[in-house]
Design a protein around this ligand. Structure first.
Ligand SMILES: *Cc1c(COP(=O)(O)O)cnc(C)c1O
Length: 473
């Protein structure tokens, strides 16, 4: 595909006015001397160029996107429209008096998320899941400093998302990894071995990244609290439990949610997110400032937080993401519970259908996602999980998350999400069966996949070792 510069054909698509503004206040050495060198193409050609580019992308509006732990579900377009309403486009420096509507929205969103998580205090500032984790770990750090305990260790199960140990380190902790047991859950005996007075917290994901609910969570929280330690809940994928249970009931002290996974902002593409952090009563005094408060009929930014860790993001976080979450929760109302019900039902349906064709390392009921492995295909047919992922692209399907979690070799982590119907799930099952058969009967074809995408097989080793950033295919 030609770049816009190569397409330049001298056809000018713009019509500038004759009027020139006086710019003699600029020093002459800063003024452009020659031509700008912009491509000369007509408006229609520009449109075609960008449409062609966007057609090369895959998105949920094009097809099934079961990218595990990423919740690539359909997000209602009406929330995009609402977050772009002109009234929400206010300058972040306006006074509280002039921003009562926006402050009220943030306050109410906070209250709703506290209901959903069961917790007592909230900050909407962090702009990603990992940012929320770091904020939560900073709160835990400050808490122990304030009560005069210098605890240095954070325990993290081996199935955790990679951001967990990174965030703990960023907040100044050392991490200790513990192994999962044969059911894919935290091994409580292993936990007891590493628990001592130097342990500040455990970071848990429940259901964990294998999609399995941690049945021992109550016992773990009692063990941790008895040891004077705290529990951090990674709630990035909250569509697994929403409305059925909450982290407070499980005994957690700090929780982060990814509004850009569960609450109507698309995840991926590096767009803005919101990794809000909720805490229990004990940790409310440590939240970042300002928090959004309400008193004497007015909403205001409250900077008076006794042990606050300080601000973690300029202004209030990514406001338009907060608007989408607010509208989504209001629109869903009590049916938020159905989100989890459908997410879990869809995942179990796929798991049961696929386990006849691909090995299922942990044959347990799953929550919103599950992990299968391509080990059988690799050993019997020489086709690895990477090839299966590429083959899926030939069937208008985004591959699942592959090679994660690290504790499963040749892992394929599948999250159908709540927004798909049975027809689409059955279609995916048929595609996966076809690929499994092809691995046996015609492995060369799978090994050479993808065959239909605009860019074919990529030499990933050379791309990583000797990247050519100017390469045009
Ligand atoms: C996505 C995810 C994160 C990180 O969220 P980002 O917004 O990408 O930083 C953390 N933990 C889990 C379990 C996740 O799925």
């Amino acid at each position: 595909m030609k770049t816009i510069f190569e397409k330049s054909n001298g056809t000018d698509g713009i019509n500038l006015t004759e009027k020139t503004d006086k710019i003699d206040f600029l020093p002459s050495n800063l003024l452009r001397q020659g031509k700008v060198g912009l491509p000369q193409v007509s408006e229609l050609e520009v449109m075609r160029h960008y449409k062609e580019l966007s057609d090369r992308n895959f998105c949920i509006e094009k097809g099934f996107y079961p990218l595990g732990s990423c919740t690539m579900k359909y997000n209602p377009k009406v929330n995009e429209f609402l977050s772009a309403l002109e009234g929400f486009n206010i300058h972040p420096n306006v006074s509280d008096d002039m921003a009562q509507g926006s402050l009220k929205l943030m306050y109410n969103l906070g209250e709703m998320l506290l209901k959903i998580t069961g917790m007592d205090g909230i900050t909407l500032q962090p702009s990603a899941g990992a940012h929320g984790e770091m904020t939560g770990m900073m709160i835990i750090k400050k808490y122990f400093q304030t009560i005069g305990q210098d605890r240095k260790i954070v325990i993290i199960p081996d199935s955790a998302h990679g951001t967990n140990p990174a965030s703990a380190k960023m907040a100044g902790f050392d991490t200790v990894e513990i192994k999962s047991n044969s059911k894919g859950q935290v091994d409580i005996e292993e936990l007891k071995k590493v628990l001592n007075e130097n342990v500040a917290a455990i970071m848990m994901t429940n259901p964990n990244t294998l999609g399995i609910f941690e049945e021992g969570v109550k016992e773990i929280s009692e063990l941790m609290h008895k040891n004077g330690s705290l529990l951090y809940y990674d709630g990035a994928n909250f569509n697994a439990i929403m409305g059925y249970t909450n982290p407070k009931l499980m005994g957690f002290d700090v929780v982060h949610l990814n509004l850009h996974k569960t609450f109507s902002t698309p995840h991926g593409g590096g767009g803005p997110g919101a990794g809000v952090v909720c805490v229990n009563e004990k940790l409310k005094d440590y939240l970042p400032t300002p928090i959004i408060d309400f008193k004497d009929g007015k909403y205001f930014r409250n900077y008076d937080i006794k042990h606050s860790i300080g601000s973690v993001k300029d202004f209030y976080g990514n406001f338009s993401v907060l608007v989408r979450a607010y509208c989504y929760i209001l629109m869903m109302g009590n049916s938020l519970k159905n989100v989890s019900e459908n997410a879990v039902l869809n995942a179990n349906y796929l798991k049961e259908k696929l386990k006849k064709y691909y090995d299922l390392p942990y044959d347990e009921p799953c929550m919103h996602e599950f992990v299968i492995t391509g080990e059988k295909q690799k050993h019997e047919n020489g086709v690895s999980t990477l090839h299966i992922a590429k083959a899926l692209m030939d069937s208008n399907t985004h591959p699942p998350t592959v090679y994660f979690p690290l504790i499963v070799h040749e892992a394929m982590m599948i999250e159908p999400t709540e927004s798909e119907g049975k027809e689409k799930l059955d279609e995916f099952v048929d595609i996966m069966i076809k690929i499994a058969n092809e691995c046996k009967n015609n492995p060369e074809y799978i090994l050479a996949s993808p065959h239909t995408t605009p860019v074919k097989k990529i030499d990933e080793v050379t791309a990583a070792r000797k990247p050519d950033l100017n390469k045009k295919d």
